[in-house]
Design a protein around this ligand. Structure first.
Ligand SMILES: [Zn+2]
Length: 90
């Protein structure tokens, strides 16, 4: 998966319905690509801010942000520091 494909997947906002193969690629790309991770995190932050304003439910937040998978990856990124080795599943 490349960045463009990742963007398209993200725009669909429905990671939960991806095929296992695509889902795995999505996850792998997140682990390997700092740019896409940053973009995803910005989306997450935006959603959290909107939630704080109480208008969150009026908006269509990408379903991807509710994915436990995505949250787990962002967590892994956080605890891995910047550009350091990260745990990846085999
Ligand atoms: Zn990327």
């Amino acid at each position: 998966m490349n960045c463009q494909h990742f963007d398209e997947t993200l725009a669909d906002g429905d990671v939960g319905s991806l095929s296992p193969d695509v889902r795995q690629e999505f996850e792998r790309h997140l682990l390997e690509c700092a740019d896409c991770t940053r973009r995803l995190r910005e989306l997450t932050l935006t959603a959290e801010i909107l939630k704080g304003f109480g208008s969150y439910e009026d908006l269509e937040a990408p379903a991807v942000l509710r994915e436990p998978l995505v949250q787990r990856i962002l967590e892994a990124r956080r605890s891995a520091g910047s550009g350091q080795r990260i745990n990846r599943r085999a």
